[in-house]
Design a protein around this ligand. Structure first.
Ligand code: SF4
Ligand code: SF4
Length: 109
């Protein structure tokens, strides 16, 4: 059985936090619990300030096991406003990553 994960092309992440909200609602998490968090990374250059939004999964992420075992997409992927998230076997996500330098793969267990 291939191991699955989340692919996030953070170059296009707008920091909208819809993935966090969708995850919380899907799992009915109480306050303080969340399966994914979006962090803001600020890089100051000589003439520009860059802001990247980078989502990362927490220990509460189960990759939406109930949904995905039923053939559905994880809640965060489904509700990503920028459509910059994907779910699937890590071997396939790695291939997608080769063409997308500003991206990450998250594979919580
Ligand atoms: S895969 Fe499911 S549990 Fe994991 S962050 Fe996305 S919505 Fe939350
Ligand atoms: S829903 Fe998509 S665009 Fe919005 S913060 Fe999450 S990963 Fe970024």
């Amino acid at each position: 059985m291939p191991r699955n994960g989340l692919f996030i092309e953070y170059e296009y992440c707008t920091g909208c936090h819809s993935c966090e909200v969708a995850c919380k609602q899907e799992h009915n998490f109480s306050d303080g619990m969340v399966g994914i968090r979006v962090d803001e990374v600020v890089t100051v250059g000589p003439d520009k300030v860059h802001i990247d939004f980078i989502p990362f999964t927490t220990r509460f992420c189960d990759l939406c096991a109930v949904k995905t075992e039923g053939g559905e997409q994880p809640a965060c992927v489904k509700h990503c406003q920028a459509m910059c998230m994907a779910y699937g076997p890590i071997s396939e996500l790695t291939k997608a990553m080769e063409a997308k330098p500003r991206s990450i793969i998250l594979a919580p267990r």
